[in-house]
Design a protein around this ligand. Structure first.
Ligand SMILES: *[C@@H]1O[C@H](CO)[C@@H](O)[C@H](O)[C@H]1NC(C)=O
Ligand SMILES: *[C@@H]1O[C@H](CO)[C@@H](O)[C@H](O)[C@H]1NC(C)=O
Ligand SMILES: *[C@@H]1O[C@H](CO)[C@@H](O)[C@H](O)[C@H]1NC(C)=O
Ligand SMILES: *[C@@H]1O[C@H](CO)[C@@H](O)[C@H](O)[C@H]1NC(C)=O
Ligand SMILES: *[C@@H]1O[C@H](CO)[C@@H](O)[C@H](O)[C@H]1NC(C)=O
Ligand SMILES: *[C@@H]1O[C@H](CO)[C@@H](O)[C@H](O)[C@H]1NC(C)=O
Ligand SMILES: *[C@@H]1O[C@H](CO)[C@@H](O)[C@H](O)[C@H]1NC(C)=O
Length: 412
């Protein structure tokens, strides 16, 4: 055999080996990739499963959680009890046999899309909910009124003319129905029969900042809508740190919430998730955290059978008064708390204690914020706190719809 032929055969054999090696490697890496996907999916499934268990444990323990908010428990006591409810292997303590009613609120955040999507979904304000809202609106119209209506609405969203219509298309639940069921000795959980019951929530520390960022901005109708809270906030203002185009500083706003415990006279944008979602009167089985939405939403959509039907857009944030889409442009949320006194941050935890526990936020997610608050700064003088509370109490008396609403719902 001439040497050129030997070279040729050797070259040919070498190439075959190379191809074999390549394909072997490729299938291996595909397998690894697949394994990773399966693993991630299982991980998310477990997160949802755990949140559901915690939700049910916390609702059972509701009278005790309220006790902790009412009595003089220390911050450490609150954390300890929070951890116990979250440890699904920890036996629940003995719970006093008292009944908890359900509050009637003027505008629930829970949407009844039972006929169109077999879905009940809580989308509280300031939880990145607009994207969800728009997505299910289009699908809702498509089902109830047809393609043309859906397309038109999609256009409106794109050209920014949909406005408040976005929040009014799908009917909201009537909390009176839950209230009445309870009064009649029925289980309010059986009133709304959708197969899928979803709550989309956000860490209350981040949500409070978002509420301030949006609503305390000197925007179109903000003075008219939120002006009634201004006196209660203004007593805490030092007028040195108000960002341009804002009515009050974040620090004054947070102080107002911390100084006025209870939720009954709060605006829905910074009222508790517990109240906006009628938690514990509805049996949510899927709880999703905005913080982890990139991973959770695709899984959730698959779970509720809307994977191919709707497209929930990304989180948004603000640059000045302009909305921007890039999540990576966001500074870490906890940095906003740097000028808030530590004692105030701890009171914010207490204020939203039910939300943290019931919707599955861990104590680490609380401490992240409390640790970045300011341990050198003092809370305001007590006369200011009293004064803020006075404004709010007189405000409550003038507003009829607050009469059926109480700060605490469990009583003997
Ligand atoms: C507050 O109430 C809880 C629940 O009843 C109880 O375990 C705890 O000891 C109380 N703490 C104080 C300081 O009274
Ligand atoms: C939920 O909405 C459907 C219509 O989409 C309605 O038939 C049903 O009565 C509503 N459920 C309740 C409890 O109001
Ligand atoms: C409406 O539904 C149809 C049929 O399921 C689908 O092909 C279409 O893309 C939907 N349109 C919109 C605007 O969502
Ligand atoms: C926005 O889209 C809607 C629906 O297609 C249309 O009726 C309306 O004229 C558009 N408005 C603007 C300002 O483009
Ligand atoms: C919770 O909701 C589901 C579906 O909506 C219902 O079938 C079930 O009976 C409810 N569970 C309780 C405890 O009410
Ligand atoms: C809010 O905006 C209005 C109209 O632009 C302006 O007259 C008013 O001074 C502003 N107020 C504050 C507190 O920025
Ligand atoms: C925010 O807007 C300012 C002014 O338009 C721009 O210079 C800056 O790059 C923007 N920042 C982000 C994170 O988009």
């Amino acid at each position: 055999m001439p040497p050129s032929q030997i070279y040729f055969i050797a070259f040919f054999v070498f190439n075959i080996l190379l191809c074999a090696a390549y394909f072997r490697f490729k299938t291996k890496s595909d397998e690894i990739f697949l394994d990773k996907k399966v693993f991630e999916k299982r991980e998310i499934e477990e997160i949802f499963e755990k949140r559901k268990i915690i939700y049910n444990r916390a609702c059972k323990a509701l009278p005790l959680i309220e006790e902790f908010v009412k009595n003089e428990s220390s911050f450490e006591d609150l954390l300890k009890f929070h951890d116990q409810i979250h440890d699904v292997n920890f036996p629940l303590p003995k719970i006093p046999e008292i009944s908890c009613k359900t509050n009637v609120i003027p505008r629930s955040s829970v949407f009844n899309a039972s006929e169109s999507m077999n879905l009940l979904i809580c989308l509280p304000p300031k939880c990145g909910t607009s994207n969800w809202q728009k997505a299910i609106d289009v699908h809702f119209l498509n089902i109830t009124q047809g393609q043309k209506a859906a397309k038109e609405f999609e256009e409106k969203i794109k050209n920014n003319t949909a406005g408040m219509e976005v929040y009014g298309l799908i009917p909201r639940i009537k909390t009176e129905k839950l209230f009445r069921a309870k009064e009649n000795g029925e289980d309010p959980k059986n009133i709304y029969k959708s197969k899928y019951k979803v709550a989309n929530v956000r860490n209350p520390f981040a949500r409070v900042f978002s509420a301030w960022h949006d609503k305390m901005r000197n925007g179109t109708d903000h003075l008219i809508k939120y002006g009634k809270y201004f006196e209660a906030i203004g007593v805490f203002e030092d007028f040195e740190n108000i960002p341009a185009n804002y009515f009050y500083s974040f620090e004054a706003f947070v102080e107002y919430i911390a100084s006025n415990p209870g939720d009954s006279k709060k605006n829905g944008h910074w009222g508790t998730l517990f109240r906006q979602c009628s938690a514990c009167s509805l049996n949510f089985s899927l709880i999703t955290h905005l913080e982890n939405s990139k991973k959770e939403i695709p899984f959730l959509l698959e779970k509720i059978n809307l994977k191919n039907e709707i497209n929930v857009g990304g989180q948004y944030t603000w640059n000045g008064t302009k909305r921007i889409l890039e999540e990576s442009d966001r500074p870490p949320d906890e940095l906003h708390w740097q000028n808030v006194p530590k004692e105030t941050a701890k009171l914010i935890y207490k204020h939203y204690y039910l939300d943290f526990i019931i919707f599955g936020y861990s104590t680490e997610e609380v401490l992240k914020y409390v640790h970045s608050s300011n341990s050198r700064k003092q809370r305001p003088a007590s006369d200011k706190i009293t004064s803020s509370r006075k404004y709010l109490q007189s405000f409550g008396k003038q507003n009829d719809h607050f009469k059926k609403f109480s700060d605490f719902i469990c009583t003997n």
